[in-house]
Write a protein that binds this ligand. Structure first.
Ligand code: PEP
Length: 250
């Protein structure tokens, strides 16, 4: 049992309209009021257009707000992008960077993610930095090599254990219903903690697992020594499921 405080993070992706998001946020907000004595931290990352509405719905709550991505520049001619300063201004304390849906769906390189993370840190945002191998890379026994390279190239010089959370998300486990085995998660998290030691205080750093986490597998995953929380997609859209996952961390 470590003394790192669990972080339960929800990635809503491109889901929900205003009313859905507000209802979800309000239900969670009532369960976790300011002062948070629950023993875990909770973060929700809604789609950009909902940020202001969700910030309002979370008023009086300890739940933190995050963006799902950000640009590396402060402002300018970047159609469709959102700057770290805008996220901060919208009430965000965190930003997810390097999600596989950005790395693979938008061709984002680790170098770009590094630049985005630097910018996010400059604006005082905590970065939830995602890494993870594809199924092919795992089958070819390259999972650790791929994750090591992503970590070394994506973690910026500005990273500390306080401003950077690492999320291990095997691509083949995201949204597929296939949770990685406890052995795979355990081995990879221990490997990640060892690997990041050259970049931050690894003993203090929080490492999340993500990939088809649900109430039925959360406790087993969260009980692992090097797992300090979870990054949840699908199940974070259902208040009862997300809350059940969170309470499985204590
Ligand atoms: C994610 O998108 O980060 C994720 C882990 O999704 P899911 O929980 O739906 O697999």
């Amino acid at each position: 049992m470590s003394n790192r405080r669990p972080m339960i993070a929800g990635n809503w992706k491109m889901n929900g309209l205003r009313q859905d998001g507000q209802a979800l946020a309000k239900t969670l907000a009532e369960k976790l009021p300011v002062g948070n004595t629950a023993g875990f931290d909770m973060l929700v990352c809604p789609p950009f257009p909902l940020l202001g509405h969700i910030e309002a719905a979370l008023s009086g709550s300890a739940i933190m707000l995050g963006g799902q991505d950000c640009h590396m520049r402060d402002k300018g001619a970047f159609t469709g992008d959102t700057s770290p300063a805008m996220l901060k201004d919208a009430g965000c304390s965190h930003v997810i960077l390097g999600h596989s849906e950005r790395r693979h769906g938008h061709g984002e390189s680790s170098e770009l993610i590094n630049a985005k993370a630097t910018a996010a840190h400059t604006h005082g945002l905590v970065v939830v930095l995602c890494v993870g191998e594809t199924e092919k890379e795992r089958d070819e026994q390259r999972a650790q090599a791929v994750v090591e390279q992503q970590l070394m190239e994506s973690i910026p010089a500005s990273a500390t254990a306080e401003n950077t959370i690492i999320a291990y998300e095997p691509v083949w486990a995201i949204g597929t219903g296939r949770n990685a085995s406890v052995e795979d998660i355990s081995d990879m998290h221990a490997f990640i903690r060892k690997t990041i030691a050259s970049r931050m205080d690894a003993a203090k750093a929080r490492l999340l697992y993500g990939g088809s986490v649900k109430p039925s597998n959360a406790r087993e995953t969260l009980s692992l020594e090097d797992v300090d929380g979870v990054l949840v997609g699908g199940a974070s859209l259902v208040a009862e499921d997300f809350w059940a996952i969170a309470t499985a961390s204590i």
